[in-house]
Structure formats: structure tokens, C-alpha cells
Design a protein around this ligand. Structure first.
Ligand code: NA7
Length: 536
């Protein structure tokens, strides 16, 4: 076998990369993580915008691979903020001595498979070249920001940036006139956080999103002690939940429950932490049209009760999709922000942006002046990070070309034609559709078992079978098509208006069969000796 610099190169030192390198280190594999940024943490390193925090319960987001780690770390809030999350990831890297296996400022430009030598050659943007037997991509789901293409964007004279590039150094907002475009999860967190800190805030909303209270609060020492006692129980619930969260659906049948009882449940869930109203509700409210309409009407009512101006309230209520049919942003005081005199909502459905100007922007009706302009306009989700790297597999095939339209994968972890490339939280895995770290740990363990299998049997080339890939991709398509949101345009269905044409076919970027089913499939494949993977 040809010599390589490393047995494994890992791309990305976010949540997935940190988990993966810990596993490889434990296995005694020579491995290096290549990280483009100048710090580890991925999403939690890069996103520094005000209000950035988890909307998974913090204690379900941490790694579960080490009991010591669970015992030592104190999550201070139910939904931990970005600075604390970054501190946690550094704590993990310190504790397990991972920094020495991570190379920062190492953006990968290209990776090329050498069939004869059975190695990957990975070229960095600075020209450095490294070789490895395996490459594991841990490039994340939402790390490739997308900008709109309005005329005049270069002309704005004040600071303007995507939410992902919010400056790392403190930004004084007091007295500033701020414009923000986009009301997804990032926009909604920013708006609620800065409304009382800026001089004036104008929100440019295209399609409104359903959003409900996060109901965040501090976690006391005593509560944390209790959580530590119950970690096993909590993770067992996450493993049963389709979304990998600490919420299970109400087992009752919707039509057997009186309107008053439904209302009582919804009132309780509206005030409960996190995704409760979505995930601890009756199954039918997500899966069936009429229950979903009832729940949407209920949430619309709650929005009307929180927003003083009825016209503004109506603009904040989605009409083009039911509750839960797009990735739901969670909020803290978001709707109340519109009751402030210094906050204004502009619906781009009524008055579209015509251009960005030197001093602000121009809609079809009005001209606005700003000191600062924020684009909270989303990401090229799941496949964007892969497209940025020139990945050439067997016979020089380019991954970007293979994935044109929509990706195809085997279990979201391998791709036919790209031997020895493994993906954690890749397209068509369950990561995009669930509580991210829960799915990551399952995937990292599975990859560990596969590499162990290859090592024991002295195998140097692993490639997903072409038919097995087609079968998996069809399962991914079938699962998505069976989802009530399959016809709704959002990143769930692989759509981003800044990347895809308005009439583009849906893309199949995540597995919607649920975390328990996905885990079961991975476990079965492993127990059957990975027979859909051609190995020699
Ligand atoms: P999202 O959820 O993709 O939201 C992007 C927002 O930006 C959404 O409101 C879009 O409106 C809006 N947008 C995008 N392009 C434009 C243009 N050209 N003009 C006006 N408005 C635009 O991204 P986030 O960063 O908020 O959240 C991403 C994920 O991060 C989130 O789901 C969590 O998983 C964490 P549209 O809906 O397209 O009309």
C-alpha cells in the first residue's frame, strides 16, 4: 500500500469534526482535521450575530460520548447562546487534547482520488498538499451563506454583511438606523435581540414564517444536577423522537379529543420550552390538513394577541404554508418588537426591493436610509459546502456534476464513484432533519465501525454499491414526498431562491424517515457486515 501523510483527513472542525476526531484519536488512527476558519466550532465559531443561540434544549445538544464530560459541563441556559456554545466546544477540545489534531486556516480547495495508489490528495487554498487513505467530510449543513442579487449592492456606503459574517468585534448599534432583509431563524433571532438597542430598525420580510416562543430560562445548579442524573433517560427520549429532541408526540388521536382539551394542550405547549408545539403535539397536526389548519389558526390568534397593530399582525402571519411546514424559527419577544416605535415591518410581497442605494434601499414605493444593512438571507444548505471544493472521484468524475440537480448518496454517508470518502451529517443523512449532534454521534460511531472493519480485514478501498445508492436515494425521495411539506419551498425541500430558479424541481437533501428508523438502518447495515459497500 502506498504511504500517506495521514490515514484519515477530516474536513471541518465544527460539532461533527470535533466528534469525529475524538473517535479517530480513541481508535489510534493517524488523522488531522482541516478547518478553514481561524478557530474551531463551525457554526458556533462563525455565527456571531446578536441573539444567536440553540433552539435544541442545551442538554440534548452536548456530546454524550463521555460520562465525564456530561458530569463536568454546566449548561447555564435551557437554550444556550453562541458564546457559551463556542466555549463548550473548546472545553471538549481541551479536555480530550484535540487541538493538536486540528489545523486551522486550512481551507480545502480540491481533493482528488488516485485510483492506482488508492489515496486522496487534498490541496489547500494556500497550495499545500496532503495525502490520506480516507477523507471524512464534516462540512456542516448551513455554512455557505447566500446573498441576494439586488442591483446596487456594492454601492451601499455603510457596513453591510450577511448574518453569518456579523463582525467578531463588538459593534455599537446605539442610535443606528438598521435595515435587515430576511426573517428566517437568523433574522428573527437578530430582530428580537437588537430592537431595543438600535435607533431604528426596518425589517424587510418576504414570506413570513410561523414562529413560537423559545421559552428560554436559566438552568440552576440544582436543575443541572438533576439533568446529570437523568441524562440516560433524556437521551433515550431523543433516540425515540423522530427529530432527535426531548419531545415526544401526544399519543391521543386528534379527533377523539375535544376542542377545549386541544386548546388546553396548545396553551401549555405554547408556553413550554423549544419545539414543544411542533413535536409534543398530536401527530395529526403535522401530518393532516385539517388539524394543521386548526393549529395554524390557533398560532395566528396568538400572534394577533401579541402585536398591537392589526395590519402588522396580519403581515406576520403566513398564508402560503401551514404551521411546521418550513423550518420553524423560535423567538423571544419577536412579535412584541413590532410594538416598539423604532421598529417597522415592510412586506416585500407588497412592495418589493428594487435596488440597494448608496444610503439604503429603494422599494417599489419608498426609499430608506440606513447606517447598517444586514442580509439574513440564508444558506446554500447541505450541498453548498461540497460545491465549494473541487472534489474529483474515480475516473475524474466531479461530485458537483454528479450532484447537479439533487444529490445521490448511500445512507447519506458515502457516494458511489467517490471511494474512501465518508460524510458525517452529509446530504440525505438524518442530520439535516433532526437535532444535529444526536445524529452526528450515531454517524461517527458507524463510520468508526466501518473503518475498524476495513482495518481488521486489511481493506484499502471502500465504495458504496451503485444499486444500493440508487435504492437509498429513492427511499429519501419517497420519504420527502410523503411529507406534508414536500410541495412547500424552503430549505427543507432544498430550495433557496438565491441559488435555485423559482421553478426548480425539489431537491432531496435530507432523510425524513426519522432518527429512530435511520439509526436502525445504519445498525442493520453494520451488523450485516456492510455488504452494500464494495471493499477490497
Ligand atoms: P433561512 O431560514 O433560509 O431564511 C432566509 C430568509 O431570508 C427568509 O426569510 C427568506 O425569505 C429571506 N430571503 C432570502 N433571500 C431573499 C431575498 N433575495 N430578498 C428578500 N428576502 C430574502 O435562513 P436563516 O439563516 O434564517 O436560517 C437558517 C437555519 O439556521 C435555520 O433554519 C436553522 O436551522 C439555523 P423567503 O422565505 O425566501 O421568502
Amino acid at each position: 500500500m502506498s504511504q500517506t501523510d495521514y490515514e484519515v483527513l477530516v474536513i471541518g472542525a465544527g460539532v461533527a469534526g470535533i466528534c469525529q476526531i475524538k473517535k479517530l484519536k480513541d481508535m489510534g488512527v493517524t488523522a488531522l482535521v482541516l478547518e478553514a476558519s481561524d478557530g474551531l466550532g463551525g457554526t458556533w465559531y462563525n455565527n456571531r450575530y446578536p441573539g444567536c443561540r440553540f433552539d435544541s434544549e442545551s442538554y440534548t445538544y452536548g456530546f454524550k460520548f463521555s460520562r465525564d464530560l456530561l458530569d463536568e459541563w454546566h449548561w447555564k441556559e435551557m437554550f444556550s447562546p453562541q458564546p457559551e456554545n463556542l466555549k463548550y466546544l473548546n472545553f471538549v477540545a481541551d479536555k480530550f487534547d484535540l487541538h493538536q489534531h486540528i489545523r486551522l486556516n486550512a481551507a480545502v480547495a480540491q481533493m482528488e482520488w488516485n485510483e492506482r495508489a488508492r489515496i486522496w490528495t487534498v490541496t489547500l487554498k494556500d497550495g499545500d498538499e496532503l495525502t490520506s487513505r480516507f477523507v471524512i467530510t464534516c462540512t456542516g449543513a448551513l455554512g455557505t451563506p447566500t446573498m441576494p442579487s439586488y442591483e446596487g449592492m456594492d454601492e451601499f456606503e455603510g457596513p453591510s454583511f450577511h448574518s453569518y459574517y456579523w463582525p467578531h468585534e463588538p459593534l455599537d448599534l446605539s442610535g443606528k438606523r438598521v435595515g435587515i432583509i430576511g426573517t428566517g431563524a437568523s433574522g428573527i433571532q437578530i430582530i428580537a435581540d437588537i430592537a431595543d438597542k438600535v435607533g431604528a430598525l426596518t425589517v424587510f420580510q418576504r414570506r413570513p414564517n410561523w414562529s413560537v416562543p423559545l421559552n428560554n430560562r436559566d438552568i440552576t445548579e440544582a436543575e443541572m444536577a438533576d439533568i446529570r442524573q437523568r441524562y440516560e433517560e433524556i437521551f433515550a427520549v431523543c433516540a425515540q423522537s423522530n427529530g432527535g429532541f426531548d419531545h415526544l408526540p401526544d399519543p391521543r388521536v386528534y379527533e377523539n379529543v375535544s376542542i377545549d382539551e386541544r386548546r388546553a394542550l396548545w396553551d401549555a405547549l405554547y408556553d413550554a420550552p423549544g419545539f414543544a408545539l411542533l413535536l409534543a403535539n398530536f401527530r395529526e397536526t403535522f401530518l393532516e390538513a385539517e388539524p394543521n389548519r386548526d393549529l395554524s389558526d390557533y398560532v395566528a390568534e396568538r400572534i394577533r394577541a401579541r402585536v398591537n397593530d392589526p395590519q402588522v399582525a396580519e403581515k406576520l402571519i403566513p398564508r402560503d404554508h401551514g404551521f411546521g411546514m418550513r423550518r420553524m424559527p423560535m423567538e423571544t419577544g419577536y412579535f412584541e418588537a413590532y410594538n416598539r416605535d423604532n421598529v417597522r415591518l415592510v412586506s416585500l410581497l407588497d412592495t418589493p426591493i428594487e435596488r440597494i442605494t448608496k444610503t439604503g434601499l429603494q422599494t417599489s414605493e419608498e426609499s430608506f436610509d440606513f447606517d447598517l444593512l444586514v442580509y439574513a438571507t440564508g444558506f446554500d444548505v447541505m450541498t453548498g459546502a461540497f460545491d465549494k471544493i473541487d472534489i474529483r472521484g474515480a475516473d475524474g468524475q466531479r461530485l458537483k456534476e454528479k450532484w447537479q440537480g439533487s444529490p445521490t448518496t448511500y445512507l447519506g454517508v458515502m457516494v458511489n464513484g467517490f471511494p474512501n470518502m465518508l460524510m458525517v451529517a452529509g446530504p440525505q443523512s438524518v442530520s439535516g432533519s433532526t437535532n444535529y449532534p444526536r445524529a452526528i454521534e450515531v454517524c461517527v460511531d458507524w463510520i468508526g465501525a466501518l473503518l475498524e472493519h476495513a482495518r481488521t480485514a486489511d481493506l484499502s478501498r471502500l465504495e458504496a454499491d451503485v444499486d444500493a445508492e440508487a435504492t437509498w436515494t429513492q427511499e429519501v425521495i419517497d420519504m420527502q414526498e410523503a411529507m406534508p411539506f414536500s410541495k412547500v419551498k424552503s430549505w427543507f425541500t432544498g430550495f433557496n431562491a438565491n441559488v435555485q430558479a423559482a421553478n426548480a424541481a425539489p431537491r432531496y437533501i435530507a432523510y425524513w424517515g426519522g432518527a429512530p428508523r435511520y439509526t436502525k438502518i445504519l445498525n442493520r447495515v453494520a451488523s450485516e457486515g456492510f455488504r452494500d459497500i464494495n471493499m477490497d
